[in-house]
Design a binder for this molecule. Sequence first.
Ligand SMILES: Nc1ncnc2c1ncn2[C@@H]1O[C@H](COP(=O)(O)OP(=O)(O)OP(=O)(O)O)[C@@H](O)[C@H]1O
Ligand SMILES: [Mg+2]
Length: 436
Amino acid sequence: MDIAVLGTALSTHDRRRLATAGFTEVAPDRAVVRLYVSPKPPSRPPRAPWIWISAGELDPDDAVTAVLAGAYDALPITSELATILARRIAELGVQVAPGVPPPGFVARSAAARRALGELDRSAHTSMAVLLTGETGTGKDLAAHYLHERSGRHGAFVPINCAAIPNELIEGELFGYVRGAFSGAVADYDGLIVAAAGGTVFLDEVDDTPKTLQVKLLRVLEDHVTARLGESEWRQTDFRIVAATNRDLDELVQRDEFGADLYQRLAIVRIEVPPLRDRREDLPELVEYLIARFYREDPAAMHRVTRVTATCLASLARYPWPGNVRELRNVIFQSLVKKLAGDELLLSDLPERIVRGAPEHASALFDRTVLGQMIDGGRLNLRAVRDELERAALELALAKSGGSPARAARLLGEVGRGTASDPGGTVRAMIRRHKLG
Ligand SMILES: Nc1ncnc2c1ncn2[C@@H]1O[C@H](COP(=O)(O)OP(=O)(O)OP(=O)(O)O)[C@@H](O)[C@H]1O
Ligand SMILES: [Mg+2]
């Protein structure tokens, strides 16, 4: 397999051993796996799988940073490095191939790639998967993806447990024979049988009525169904995927959802991350949604082909409580209203997005936002530092009952003053920020 070694601290001996183990060193853009040998984890992690090798002793905090940024592993340089690396690279080889997201499934960020990896790993099994995540995060999309990747030839049958009236849901799912109830004018096999050889997708599963939950449990345990009005049980091969945007643990505790059914549904549990935890995906999502808008509305008068940096920065700072669905609505709404010009501007966005995006210091902890602001020439580091200092100072003073010495302790080294006047620095800061 092709690997790239970035940094120089890997010994010639280790490099030779990796070559003997069958790995070829190539330029970074051609590598399937990248090895970073550096004192700190790379600040711009790549899309290709990567492993971080600490140039010095391995700091556990750095290991966590690297893994959260998407590293497969973080390793110290030891005499066994080449052996461990060979193992890790081989493992990655198994996982790499299916990790490329299909068109229309944006997953560039570490959080989205982690979820995609979990979907890939469970797709080929017949285990029940429970997809959790806030509204609009892409659970429907994930369920379709699981089915497509499963290699199952049967149908994908979505069942929205919240949308079907309670009195009809059993008949819809399990089918009925003619005359089973007053509206049963013909035999019907039901949705579960329709998914034979395929996938049953129980969407909004938290809304399943209690009585149905009990029946579903039997169906999931034995993969059998009986039509209403008939006592014969039929075996059906189907794979179950369920989704919820509520906390099922809590519902189980409140006795609103059966613990047994929950265990059955959540054999594999995959969390689809909220958009605010995957802001690196924003530029590509926006690009994809613009293209999708014109695909869905080919008669649109003219085309937006670019998004300005200010517009993108504003989108990146908004908290997106409605996740990708809200982003889609915002982009579509902006494009519908746009009458001229090929660039999406800040002024094209709905006002709530522009307003809800103050340039707070906290937003700047996001590397994407920071990068975009630097690119757009809009970063004033001193102003940001001042804003952060003022906010921390106000909070520390409030928590310390207004005592500069105690606030200094709460603020750490930065505001400690001198031994004889421990609140001196904080008092100076109070004057500077005109808080006194
Ligand atoms: N990773 C992604 N790439 C591209 N589009 C996405 C992605 N995730 C979600 N979307 C789009 O966002 C919209 C909402 O996604 P979806 O319906 O799957 O959300 P959901 O999690 O099922 O929401 P709910 O909990 O409200 O049912 C859809 O238009 C979908 O195409
Ligand atoms: Mg959904």
